[in-house]
Design a protein around this ligand. Structure first.
Ligand code: LMG
Ligand code: NDP
Ligand code: PMR
Length: 390
């Protein structure tokens, strides 16, 4: 039976609770392993839960272990990165796994793509685990959280990185729950994930626990890039309040009748940056968790632009490299995100990090709208309703 198969795939050092609320209905993530099992490759066998042996050195959640010489070493941290199958997420997963200090849980919608990407990137077996997460389905988000908890791993850092961008779309597409796809995946799926996993972060005994949500320059109208049309803007959030459903109302957050895929993405990035700050206001003092966002630079070569017209995809990297000089490589952006996850100098909470020309990090200024506390509160409350938390 699927659940038993899953259990046998767990690294030996991890345990599955003997009883407890195992999901009766077969969770969506298991169907991936069924699909995977048609292909009897080693990747397919690894599908699902935990990858690779040796098991992650995180089974006993003690903060530190005393060495014979009396010095204490911090245990390996566990970081969950959504959308780690390509671009920034993959580069950060690789950078963190290479330090040996982190076990990376790659939370991805396409299990085989993620497993193949990790191998192709040269990530060492045992340094990562691939798990299924489709942010376009709130059920999948909940199932991911259950599945993660059943591995027994602690959660020390969560990176909400996945995103989709539909630059030329003039009609909306929808998530399983009926919300416009860009905001549904980039904001609402992550909002639910982060809210649920806040508990896990709170329980962690790791010295610095962090929740990181990717922002972007294009959501900030205090920059040139943020003024390229279509400009981001949430208005009074009436479209979100109406449920972002195209048929019975607007699919745009601001309630505009006509759909614009590029704007929907930029709007979702404002939501990401507002959400980070609202988390900070509500939970930083109480939990000590660091909440942060960042603009990693313009990573013009990633899969984010896959739906853009071919001419754009051809010209965008040289344009950013030579004209705006905002270009960064995937590897460099991965190092930047890895810093926000683990650098001891980046523990300040509520910060939107950026990097200067010398690749030095600094606390950047958000636009007025992306730092409006009233809007953040309203966004939080509306989002809670849409994901079923209120
Ligand atoms: C919207 O258009 C679409 O409507 C929407 O559907 C969606 O796709 C959205 O964000 C995505 O884009 C927005 C944009 C389209 O419209 C505008 O920006 C309006 C202004 C248009 C002005 C275009 C002029 C182009 C001139 C570029 C140079 C500006 C440089 C300023 C700084 C100068 C410093 C010296 O705009 C576009 O799509 C334009 C395409 C942008 C990407 C490619 C631009 C190529 C420019 C030249 C490439 C050079 C290659 C490098 C060579 C370097 C050699 C040293
Ligand atoms: P990529 O397209 O390379 O990576 C996006 C990742 O998100 C992929 O792994 C993709 O999975 C995953 N994803 C998409 N939809 C879902 C879903 N429904 N459920 C789970 N995962 C999903 O883009 P980038 O690496 O460029 O983007 C990463 C982050 O960086 C985004 O948050 C983006 O907004 C941000 N960013 C990017 C910039 C850039 O210049 N590229 C600039 C500023 C911010 P799959 O591989 O299966 O498609
Ligand atoms: Mg933009 C001045 C610097 C600068 C920077 C740092 C970016 C980043 N861009 C800049 C300028 C310009 N861009 C200018 C002058 C133009 C007009 C030619 C321009 C156009 C442009 C387009 C059409 N830029 C884009 C697009 C996209 O489709 C990208 C987008 O908006 O995605 C939402 C994009 C981006 N520019 C950036 C960055 C980082 C992006 C990727 C978007 C993101 O993830 O936020």
């Amino acid at each position: 039976m699927a659940l038993q198969v899953q259990a046998t795939l767990l690294p030996s050092a991890l345990s599955v609770p003997k009883k407890g609320n195992l999901v009766v209905k077969e969770p969506a993530f298991l169907s991936v392993s069924q699909k995977a099992s048609k292909k009897p490759s080693s990747l397919a066998v690894r599908a699902q839960v935990a990858t690779s042996s040796p098991a992650p050195a995180v089974a006993s959640p003690g903060t530190s272990t005393a060495k014979p010489d009396g010095k204490k070493t911090v245990r390996q941290g566990v970081v969950v990165i959504t959308g780690a199958s390509s671009g920034l997420g993959l580069a950060a997963a690789k950078a963190l796994s290479e330090t040996g200090k982190w076990h990376v849980v790659m939370a991805c919608r396409d299990f085989l793509k993620a497993a193949t990407a990790a191998k192709a990137a040269g990530m060492a077996a045992g340094s990562y685990t691939v798990m299924h997460l489709d942010l376009a389905s709130l059920d999948s988000v909940r199932q991911f959280v259950d599945a993660f908890r059943r591995t027994g791993m602690p959660l020390d850092s969560l990176v909400c990185n996945a995103a989709i961008y539909r630059p030329t779309a003039r009609t909306p597409t929808f998530t399983a729950d009926g919300y416009e796809m860009s905001v549904g995946v980039n904001h609402l799926g992550h909002f639910l994930l982060a809210r649920l996993m806040l508990d896990d972060l709170t329980k962690s005994d790791y010295p610095s626990r962090r929740l990181i949500i990717l922002g972007s320059i294009t959501g900030n109208s205090n920059t040139l890039a943020g003024n390229i049309p279509p400009k981001a803007g949430l208005g009074d959030l009436r479209g979100l309040a109406g449920g972002l459903r195209g048929q019975n109302g607007s699919a745009m957050i601001d309630g505009n009748e006509s759909f614009d895929g590029a704007k929907a993405y930029k709007d979702s990035k404002i939501c990401n940056m507002l959400t980070m700050q609202e988390f900070h206001r509500r939970f930083h003092e109480e939990t000590g968790i660091t909440f942060a966002s960042l603009y990693p630079g313009c990573i013009a070569t990633t899969g984010l632009f896959r739906e853009h017209i071919p001419l754009f995809r051809l010209l965008f990297p040289p344009f950013q490299r030579f004209v705006t000089k905002g270009f960064v490589s995937e590897a460099e952006s991965g190092k930047r995100l890895a810093q926000v996850v683990s650098d001891p100098s980046l523990t300040k909470s509520g910060v939107y990090w950026s990097w200067n020309k010398d690749s030095a990090s600094f606390e950047n200024q958000l636009s007025q709208e992306a730092s409006d506390p009233e809007k953040a509160r309203k966004l939080w409350e509306l989002s809670e309703k849409l994901v079923g938390l209120a």
